[in-house]
Write a protein of this length. Sequence first.
Lengths: 383, 261, 288
Amino acid sequence: MTKKMDNTTRYERLRERYMNGDLDRRSFLGMIGAAGLAYGVQTPFAKYAHAAAGEVRFDGWGGVVSEAFREHAFDPFTEKTGIPVVDGTFGGGDEYLSRVKASQEGEYNIAHLSGVFDYARYYNLGLASTLNEDNIPNLKFVIPKLVDVFRNVSDGALSCVPYDYGTTGLAYNRKYISDEEMKEKGAKILIDEAYKGKIAGWGDWRTRIWFGSLQTDQDPNGATDMEAVWDAIRAHRDLSLKYWTSGAELMSLLAEEEIYVTEGWSGRIYALQEQGHDIGYMDPPNGYGWQECLFVMKGSPMEACEELLNFMLAPETSIAVAEGQNYPPALDPQQVDLGSKIPTLPAFDPTGTLSGLTFADPAYWNVNEAEWSKTFGRVQKGY
Amino acid sequence: MGWQLIRGWAILVYIFMFLPVAVVVLLSFNASQFGSFPMTGLSFRWFIELANNEAILRAFRTSIILGLLTALISTTLGVLASLALVRYRVPGANAISTLLIAPILVPEVVLAVALLLFLNFLGINKSFTLLLFGHVIFTLPFVILVVQARLISIKRDVEEAAMSLGASPRQTFFQITLPLMMPAVLAGGLFAFTISFDDITGTLFWKPGGVETVPTQIFAMLRNSISPEINALGTVMIVMTVGLPLLGAAIARQISKKSGT
Amino acid sequence: MSVEAREARQPWILLSPALTAVALFLFVPLLFILVYSFWLRTATGADQAGFYLDNWREALTDAFYRDILFSTLRIAAITTLVCALMGYPAAYFIARSKGNKAILLLLLMLPFWISYIIRTMSWINILGVSGALNTFLLWTGIITDPIQMLYNETTVILGLVHFLLPFMVLNVFVSLEGIDTNLEDAANSLGATRWETFLQVTLPLSLPGLAAGGLLCFVLGAGTYITPLVLGGPRDAMFANLVFEAIITQLNWPLGSALSLMLLAVLGVLVMIYNRYLGMAQLMKGLG
């Protein structure tokens, strides 16, 4: 230790002897240089940080969905109007809401939200805008039932336009499970001891509670015996190999025969079937239907957003995007010719009434959200 | 005998480390979308899809820029701090070192959440600069650790000799000290770049709109579907990091052989 | 200005950019979430500022959090142990080999160039029912039906070991490199067998490196949440997953802050114990 100090002292003396005496200033300049560098870095990227005037920020699901949007909606829109669309992605609705909550007004503009309950959450958090429907004439093509549920939440006004819909139903490997068996057992096949270790499920608390309600013969929008639902969820947990959290996991679990049965997103299962995998898909009675909307946040450039929504609802755009992401568009098949592929998509309703689908009731789900999401976190981990 | 055992063990460890790399490279040539074995056929389609995937290429450019800037700033700050800690008598040097190393001892989720909530509270918009500084913070400890270790081993005599021969401290630093610690500076920069390039947790929380790095882009792609082009990207990265230096060395050898004869 | 004053200021000028950055982007935010952890989440979504002990009471008294914390520490400890057992001989081999040590070390870093998520997910392609290993075993005839190997605690640890092993090897390697080989020769010439020499000379001298590697593996391992998400079964969650769920899924930022700080405190105690007995200087040598 003493040696080190000696060395240091010696070094200092030497340095002092040869120094011009203004190293302080030089270090200071160095720091200014670093700050300048940081500034220079920021400037070229600053355009990403705020949605500058005449630019729209859009956030949605990644992968095939965002590719379909970019190719069929954003690029043609920018070409036509000159308004650039900056797109971002999120991994899940909850994750995105937490990011929006932790952002400044105007940072996010349009989001591809899932479910009316999500719409209600944003509305209740004061994040909703009010759309001028005169600027969105294509809204007239949309299935009325889809629009009305949103109006009910926000006192007649709209902060979003419906865009597509789908279901979370049962997906099964037909090599091991027959269509008849599925029909007979319905959602209860997910708690069937015979398939222990060959079952999976989505690790999303709403979906788990929904299917728990079905497995205990309760109304998924009004279960009265929650204890029974939690027990069904526990039974499913113990029989499951895996809770999947992404479409990639869902598809590979099924395709690689790691599991035989799980819930699945209709569009993803359709993609598997398209590739020739012998996977069956079934919506059990009272199956989980959902609709997605394009939600405009408070503080967004409204006219540009409305123009983009109108462009995206135009039948040719809607149909192209729907064919890309494998979910039927919100357009009314009675008014618009949807082409040949869309009628083959799962969950598609040719009547345009969607009477066969059960959607999550926002009042029921949002009231219980805090408690249930927390309880599910515990049940999942073995409690 | 004992040495053979150790060698065998080490080879097993290397095989373990390389297994995922081998599988990723193998699957990038897979004809099928799913990674099941035995593979059904070979194909270059994922490389073609990769080349056509505008989003991932954009993310790749962002990651490279972010990684390089992180490495540059992190190394600059790290070298300055290491110089101070090793070459001067600083009161409480040990405590300061601990403070500077703290970012790797804080779980990244905690760091990410804390910074995000704090910025939200201050009402500051997320920006590329903030993302960059987030990366600088958790790569800084690695740079400091590497550079400091090297600096300790550089003898002061050399620096003193230079100065006694009339070099100014600045000249001494740039002509003597810096070249001597260059391997550590480069290693620290490489460390910083690698960690920044591979980071997902912090980036997910801090990235502003429109900015995707390779890991967050992969995360988003996996959300919906399986995208083997990410395996192709892995293969490209491996070829770039292993293949190019090897090629360079081979060319250098060829040239020196020719000039030798 | 006097020479002494300038001398005293010099290192602080050099240190100030790094210290400012760490203070601004780490310590101030940490202080902030400390304050935040005493706030209260309300049904409307806006958090209520104030001084409430509810989150801390929940975090500290609820057995759920304690159990997951213990299981996280257990997984991190097993991971660290496996890393040490696998990494030490490998580091010994590199340090004592006659080959190019730098290249051997760089090769170990190679997997880092493939994104962490892809690396982790590739274990599914290796260990899955139709993965490489099962296909190989079926082909050799050792098994007739594929074995279910994935999605349990063992695969979580496997994924973590793969991620953290290089940190262990680097640290042990450096401390082995620093040992004067004359000491080993001397022990041998005094009649010790190679094994005795290793146990009585080499191993004790390399313990600091082992400890530094262990600390890094433990802390980094205890803070992960993606590996259990990808390679774990339904029940396999670690403490960072709870933090993530509280903040992201439940939007309960005050509780999430309290949980973050709880994890930080436990790991902080470990770091302090380490610091007390070995000092940060060892960690510093570790990555050189």
